[in-house]
Design a protein around this ligand. Structure first.
Ligand code: NAD
Length: 352
């Protein structure tokens, strides 16, 4: 099988590529524009593989995509390329509209044109897998969980752009018959996550003894999944999912943000004791983000039942491994903090 992965230099895409090159025989072409969020270093272990190829391309580039499909002759597309950080979408939504909506449209159009020209058997087995988020469903109250039939109610420019892209993918299935799969996953964490997201931000600030900024009182609840469990779920959806269906993916690990930050402080205190005392002293409450959803929770029973997937990490084992990974991989994150990040958001953000 030849798979095109978009956004494969990002946090989740690079994990998918590392996992699939390691555990399957497939060939992968990684299509990525290499934005600020990309990390080619996360692909070092596959870069020498004859089954891996990289193509620097913007998914908004229709002619570029058409030429790529012609050259690569893929059997499937897994689409992860996106602008992904909610705070950035509030400050500057334009890139989110462009990549998440226009880019997804361009990719669907190029895939459909290519797919139509395939011989019957290859046309029947072709798959377009659109990777999305649980944030499209909006905010939950104290009870219940998102199912695949929960109405969409996005509240941020990020989640609205992802919701729109989900609708485009769905429409391409119903209107043109493209064999589309959609998956909506809860918050991921793990190695190589860009240090603007909650967990790596708190780990790196905690290591440096800097303030740990928490929105409001930190009572917002997120459902956490280790990125390697997400990668395994995506492979199940791609290879065993039913075209036209969507699949919710989640780890059944709801935690309040403040509890996540406390857990990180305690793990750091355990692994690298701080002479000044517990890192919980660094927690600083900052004004809440506008439109901040209170609670997300995923009901993942469909993927568990129909595709036999279940997560292998608990939040406790996965978080400890992640803190240990950041402690052992300063060579990866230090240049990002120095070169690309220049402290713009450090100490300000801290949300998911
Ligand atoms: P990320 O920001 O780490 O990586 C995104 C990648 O897409 C980067 O490598 C970037 O260079 C690339 N990219 C951006 N714009 C592009 C364009 N126009 N053309 C080509 N490439 C482009 O994101 P992530 O956290 O790995 O998320 C991947 C996907 O999974 C996204 O679609 C996101 O919405 C979805 N998702 C993320 C989470 C999460 O917790 N991180 C949870 C559920 C779903």
């Amino acid at each position: 099988m030849k798979l095109i992965v978009t956004g494969g230099a990002g946090f989740i895409g690079s994990c998918v590529i590392r996992t699939l090159i390691r555990t399957t025989e497939i060939s992968i072409c990684n299509v990525d524009k290499l934005t600020y969020a990309a990390s080619p270093e996360a692909l070092a272990e596959v870069s020498g593989s004859p089954r891996y190829r990289f193509e620097q391309l913007d998914i908004c580039d229709g002619p570029g995509l058409a030429a790529l499909f012609e050259r690569e002759q893929p059997d499937a597309v897994m689409h992860l390329a996106a602008e992904s950080h909610v705070d950035r979408s509030i400050d500057d939504p334009a890139a989110f509209i462009m990549t998440n909506l226009v880019g997804t449209y361009a990719l669907l159009a190029a895939s459909t044109a290519y797919w139509r020209g395939l011989p019957d058997a290859r046309r029947a087995s072709f798959r377009f897998h659109h990777v999305s988020t649980d944030e499209v469903y909006g905010s939950l109250g104290d009870v219940g969980a998102f199912t695949e039939t929960t109405p969409y109610a996005p509240n941020s420019p990020y989640s609205a752009s992802k919701a729109g892209s989900d609708h485009l993918a769905r429409a391409w299935f119903h209107t043109y018959g493209l064999p589309v799969l959609v998956s909506n996953c809860s918050n991921n964490y793990g190695p190589f996550q860009f240090p603007e997201k909650l967990i790596p931000l708190m780990i790196l600030n905690g290591i440096a003894g800097r303030p740990l900024p928490v929105y409001g009182r930190g009572l917002n609840v997120r459902d956490w999944l280790h990125v390697e469990d997400h990668a395994r779920a995506l492979w199940q959806v791609l290879t065993r999912g039913r075209p036209g269906e969507s699949y919710n993916i989640g780890g059944n690990a709801e935690r309040r943000n403040i509890d996540v930050v406390h857990a990180i402080c305690d793990l750091l205190d355990d692994l690298v004791p701080d002479p000044q005392g517990s890192r919980r002293r660094l927690i600083t409450h900052v004004s809440d983000r506008p439109g901040h959803d209170l609670r997300y929770a995923i009901d993942a029973s469909r993927i568990r039942r129909d595709l036999g997937w279940s997560p292998q990490e608990t939040f406790e084992t996965g978080l400890r491994a992640t803190v240990e990974w950041y402690l052992a991989n300063e060579a990866w994150w230090r240049p990002i903090l120095d070169r690309r990040y220049a402290g713009q958001r450090l100490g300000l953000a801290g949300a998911t």
